[in-house]
Design a protein. Structure first.
Length: 462
């Protein structure tokens, strides 16, 4: 249905462009769903500024904030200054700050001049907080009351200021110093008598964010408290603004994309893939590839160290890919699971011992399963092709089986502990990506394999 409707919208818009009836164009655009207007912007990339310019300013701001950054930049570049000023002033402070922080300082300086004094003050305040902090997400548009207010006075305040607020689901209670005392859901006021005092509705149980907290922390607190908005306070508990769930969902989506890219062994792109310049894409990927390549060179070094053993028992070389891939795969599994668990708050630094105990058991179970399969494979092949392994196939099978147990156990421990160690050191756990863990386990896996072979085959093949 949406595809048919979207097609009709496109055809009618093309007709309006041909006729040049700007009044009809304004009426048409203002009566369309915001998502359909965004589709039109994609369909007519040379008419992006034209479309925004023919929307009512409120709807233009609603469309603008859901567009990709590259489209936003193009629109601002093409709009006349007066329209740019209207648009920036109409955007909510958090959306405006989110856009401005992606621009160069020179451009930001010029655009801030277009804001009215009040909005300029708010924007400069928000831009003063560190990048990726809660302060960059908050908006000062909220409704607050005092403990001595009655419920009737609360509703008077809501009617007066609520239309400019991001949300009125929660009303904030402050004292004369501006300190946050409580947050109360609006249903509590609706169900209370008009003469009831706000103080009597307070339970002093509320969750708040600090303006300097990392944005990822907000996601965890939102999940734990089941709120559509949370207050943001200063270190002295002064209420500065609020953060709404839509901003947190956006942050969570960006963080997820960034972590997935890091897990895959590349730096975060920070832009849609097709919009990243090729040279920048090269720089983002080459660093990790060089690091991983140098790591894999250690594998060649380890192989060289055991070249005498390989020369005496060439059959050992047949199982090198099997051993190192099994260790790398188990390490990648563990790393991905722990990074994901830490991202959603299921695992914290203090849980390291629990994680280690679980991964020791998991590693032994996984390794034993693969080890038995490896042993059976050697025995079966020895009966079908006796010339491959010779008369000592049982010993070779035991070497493969026991090595798999050790390598898989080491892989699971490395993959699970590296993210926790990096987090403890203040680094991003996603940096312990699957390729990095696999490289580490490749080298140590060879040592485990040939060490086991030396113990079992000394005096037999070695």
């Amino acid at each position: 249905m949406s595809e048919i409707l979207s097609g009709n919208i496109k055809q009618h818009f093309e007709y309006l462009l041909e006729t040049g009836n700007e009044t009809a164009t304004r009426l048409f655009l203002d009566h369309q769903n915001i998502s359909y207007v965004a589709e039109l912007l994609n369909e007519f990339p040379d008419k992006e500024a034209y479309i925004i310019n023919h929307l009512s300013i409120h709807r233009a701001a609603s469309v603008f904030k859901i567009l990709d950054l590259s489209v936003q930049k193009q629109i601002i570049h093409e709009l006349p200054p007066f329209k740019t000023a209207e648009l920036l002033n109409e955007l909510s402070p958090d959306d405006r700050t989110d856009f401005l922080e992606e621009l160069s300082s020179n451009v930001v300086r010029e655009l801030i001049k277009l804001l009215n004094p009040e909005e300029r003050k708010i924007t400069l305040s928000l831009l003063g907080y560190p990048e990726d902090s809660i302060g960059r997400l908050m908006t000062p548009d909220y409704v607050y009351v005092y403990p001595h207010n009655t419920v009737e006075e609360v509703f008077t305040t809501i009617r007066k200021y609520g239309k400019d607020s991001e949300t009125i689901n929660v009303i904030y209670v402050i004292n004369e110093k501006g300190e946050l005392l409580d947050d109360i859901r609006i249903r509590e006021f609706i169900l209370s008598a008009p003469d009831k005092i706000v103080k009597d509705l307070m339970d002093n149980r509320f969750a708040a964010l600090n303006a300097y907290d990392d944005q990822e922390k907000a996601s965890e607190i939102f999940k734990m408290n089941n709120r559509v908005a949370l207050p943001v306070v200063s270190k002295s508990n002064k209420l500065l603004g609020i953060v709404t769930i839509d901003d947190i969902l956006w942050v969570a989506s960006e963080e997820y994309s960034e972590d997935m890219q890091k897990i895959g062994g590349t730096e975060a792109l920070e832009q849609p893939y097709l919009e990243v310049p090729l040279l920048r894409l090269f720089r983002k990927r080459i660093v990790w590839l060089v690091v991983l390549f140098l790591g894999e060179l250690l594998t060649a070094t380890a192989m060289g160290y055991f070249q005498d053993e390989i020369a005496k028992a060439i059959v050992l070389a047949l199982f090198v890919p099997l051993i190192i891939s099994s260790g790398g795969n188990s390490g990648s599994q563990a790393s991905t699971l722990i990074i994901q668990a830490m991202a959603v708050g299921d695992v914290t630094l203090k849980d390291w011992w629990k994680v280690m105990k679980r991964e020791i058991v998991s590693g032994l179970l996984l390794g034993s399963t693969l080890g038995v399969i490896g042993l059976l494979r050697v025995i079966l092949w020895a009966h079908v092709f006796p010339e491959i392994y010779g008369s000592h196939y049982i010993e070779i099978g035991l070497v493969v089986g026991i090595s798999l147990i050790g390598v898989v156990l080491w892989g699971t421990l490395s993959g699970s502990m590296l993210p926790i160690i990096l987090k403890r050191l203040g680094a991003d756990p996603a940096v312990s990506s699957a390729p990095f863990v696999a490289t580490l386990v490749d080298v140590t896996g060879l040592i485990i394999y040939f060490g086991t072979a030396f113990l079992f085959l000394k005096g037999i093949l070695l």
